[in-house]
Design a protein around this ligand. Structure first.
Ligand SMILES: Cc1ncc(COP(=O)(O)O)c(C=O)c1O
Length: 383
């Protein structure tokens, strides 16, 4: 069988660090209990691992609130729905970036009588953040921006956006789906009110679990979109007003919690700086190699300080879907082609509707993987 090279880490990271699946199996086979309900030994073990996970996430994102404000959700999409639908009501105005994923745009467009504006982006996917103050209205109740683009890899100037939001008293929510685990994020320094991320991408855990970090002041204004049993305050039919219970109704994804705890332990022990240095070195090699190949366009910035290892390529003389098919069938290179659930990003990059072929790097990728991809791109672009 042909060896495959996995370059689809922006969709989901693979492989996972050693120990992640072992912890999930251990939970399934030997623990089995859920949290916040019963008090026997295995339930306490589950509670402890859950708390450890919250504490690790708190450290990873320099999160100044208590671990109670680290909410565990089914994924980034769920976290973003909780932010957008929980914060905005009829008559409100919202500001988003022009590079947003549909996990932001679709919940926003479901809201009736909520208007929004987009911060414009250039052809490399960089938001013109200087336009933000001019978009703010008295009815602006939320700013949501994707930190790193899942199409171009471009990382936005979140610190500037955060400062503008703080000065205007508007909550700022960061979609960190493509930067969590890849790029340093300091919740306080960015003046965030909320951060959403999935467990299965850069945090290197399983799918079906995500995170939502909430500042205390923003949490107080947020209406929970889901209500149900929390195992706490069982004498009342109303949701408790304390966190994390207020935003964690229903039995949680316990195997996911065990897996994510092991994964975030790996991220913490390896260090974001080391993970980023590895990814950036591979990215630089990829971009340098790409420059030498006629017939392809890089859709995104070459500035390594302002990007992650998500590399979109437009084959100028081939159909991109066919190029992606050939990458797999002839070279065993696994990528994703199309519009990547982000039509607005492709409009900014001028690749709508034909889309791009996206190569995305992960911690296990090697120089050999990058070179194999470059050889394949060259061969296909010449054919
Ligand atoms: C920028 C961005 N935001 C949000 C999401 C949604 O993540 P999930 O599908 O894991 O909920 C993704 C997933 O690709 C993404 O790339």
């Amino acid at each position: 069988m042909q060896k495959t090279v996995y370059l689809d880490n922006a969709a989901t990271s693979f492989p996972k660090p050693d120990g992640v699946s072992d912890r999930m199996k251990e939970y399934m086979d030997s623990v089995g209990a859920t949290i916040n309900r019963s008090v026997y030994g295995s339930a306490q073990d589950a509670g402890l691992v859950t708390l450890l996970l919250r504490e690790r996430l708190k450290r990873l994102f320099s999160f100044p609130e208590k671990a109670t404000h680290v909410i565990l959700t089914p994924g980034a999409t769920a976290s973003l729905n909780m932010i957008i639908k929980g914060a905005l009501k009829s008559g409100d105005h919202c500001i988003v970036g022009s590079m947003e994923h549909n996990a932001v745009m679709r919940p926003l467009l479901q809201l009736e009588n909520v208007t929004f504006d987009r911060i414009p982006a250039d052809r490399e996917g960089r938001l013109d953040v200087s336009a933000l103050p001019g978009l703010i209205r008295s009815s602006t109740k939320l700013v949501v921006v994707g930190h790193g683009s899942n199409v171009s890899g471009t990382v936005q100037d979140a610190a500037f956006i955060g400062k503008v939001c703080r000065d205007h008293g508007i909550p700022f929510a960061l979609d960190a789906a493509q930067t969590a685990g890849h790029y340093p994020i300091d919740f306080e320094a960015l003046h965030l009110s909320a951060l959403a991320a999935p467990g299965h991408k850069g945090l290197l855990g399983p799918s079906g679990i995500g995170i939502l970090l909430l500042s205390d002041s923003f949490a107080k204004t947020l209406t929970p979109v889901l209500a149900g049993g929390t195992g706490s305050a069982s004498d009342s039919e109303y949701l408790p007003d304390y966190l994390p219970d207020r935003f964690e109704s229903g039995t949680p994804n316990m195997p996911g919690i065990y897996g994510l705890e092991a994964a975030v332990r790996f991220v913490e022990e390896t260090g974001i700086d080391a993970l980023r240095a590895h990814e950036t070195a591979l990215c630089e090699r990829f971009l340098t190699g790409l420059k030498e190949i006629p017939g392809v366009r890089l859709c995104g910035t070459r500035d390594l300080d302002a990007r992650v290892g998500v590399i979109s390529v437009d084959f100028l003389h081939q159909d991109n879907a066919e190029a992606a098919f050939r990458l797999e069938s002839e070279f065993g290179i696994l990528t994703r082609c199309g519009l990547h659930c982000a039509p607005s990003a492709h409009k900014s990059l001028d690749t709508f509707p034909r889309g791009t072929v996206r190569f995305s790097l992960g911690f296990k990728n090697t120089v050999e993987d990058v070179d194999a991809a470059l050889t394949a791109i060259r061969s296909i672009s010449e054919a």
